[in-house]
Ligand binder design. Structure first.
Ligand SMILES: Cc1cc2nc3c(=O)[nH]c(=O)nc-3n(C[C@H](O)[C@H](O)[C@H](O)COP(=O)(O)O)c2cc1C
Length: 224
């Protein structure tokens, strides 16, 4: 197991800190012509991780939930199992944006989850407090999913999605309407045999909390 980054206190009582530190970006890029055989992650295990993600906080119901009886959560999850990941690789060539490394990652994935958020306006969204909260909630759902994967020994990678984030690919995969991709989440074996695994590029740049967190002393507050 890699050593935890410096920002995490090594408190054996803190299970969440332990899981959070063990969560790490792991990128697998095999040749699409030689896909990995798979780590045996079944739909039930993915469903359990998705259910965990569903406990993320959200502050406002999405517009479709307020108005049309749709689920109020401001996120949606579209899951592809191993067979679907492999079937998607040749299909991506038919779309405008080249799949680039997405094809390699689909060849490695046991599952890939498109996690979207629902802007108030749908499609071309505007910066607003409501949209900020929707994105934040969907991000919390993704992190919860990643922690659930880590707890199960499943490797993960949160990608912006590249070609998967385009409107035409999202529509084709049933993530239509106004959904916007927040993350293409690749799930795969944590310790793949015989394949290069790349880390997240900012992993080693993490800093201790004193660089980005502070206690507020009210006595220092200017009087008004
Ligand atoms: C919103 C978001 C989008 C990301 N998109 C990409 C991506 O497109 N390509 C990539 O290499 N890493 C992507 N990452 C992963 C980060 O590079 C990674 O989290 C960071 O380097 C820290 O490494 P760690 O996750 O191992 O701690 C993304 C992470 C987040 C939160």
């Amino acid at each position: 197991m890699p050593s935890p980054p410096p920002c995490v206190a090594s408190d054996p009582m803190d299970r969440i800190a332990d899981i959070a530190a063990r969560r790490r970006t792991l990128k697998l890029l095999p040749d699409p012509a030689a896909p990995l055989s798979g780590g045996g992650l079944d739909r039930a295990a993915v469903d359990a991780m998705v259910a965990a993600a569903g406990w993320a906080p959200f502050h406002r119901a999405c517009a479709a939930g307020r108005e049309g009886g749709a689920a109020p959560e401001p996120w949606r999850v579209h899951a592809l199992d191993k067979a679907a990941c492999l079937d998607l690789i040749p299909r991506l060539d038919g779309f405008a944006k080249p799949p680039a490394k997405i094809a390699n990652m689909l060849a490695a994935a046991d599952a890939m989850l498109l996690v979207t958020w629902l802007p108030e306006e749908g499609g071309d969204w505007a910066a607003s407090e409501m949209n900020m909260e929707h994105i934040a909630a969907a991000g919390a759902a993704i992190q919860t999913l990643l922690l659930a994967a880590t707890e199960r020994g499943v490797g993960s990678y949160w990608s912006s999605g590249g070609s998967l984030a385009t409107r035409e690919v999202l529509d084709a995969l049933g993530a239509g309407g106004g959904e916007v991709l927040l993350g293409a989440i690749f799930l795969w074996p944590e310790t793949p045999a015989g394949i290069d695994a790349a880390p997240g590029k900012l992993r080693a740049q993490r800093t201790a909390p004193d660089r980005w967190a502070r206690w507020v002393e009210i006595g220092d507050m200017p009087s008004r």
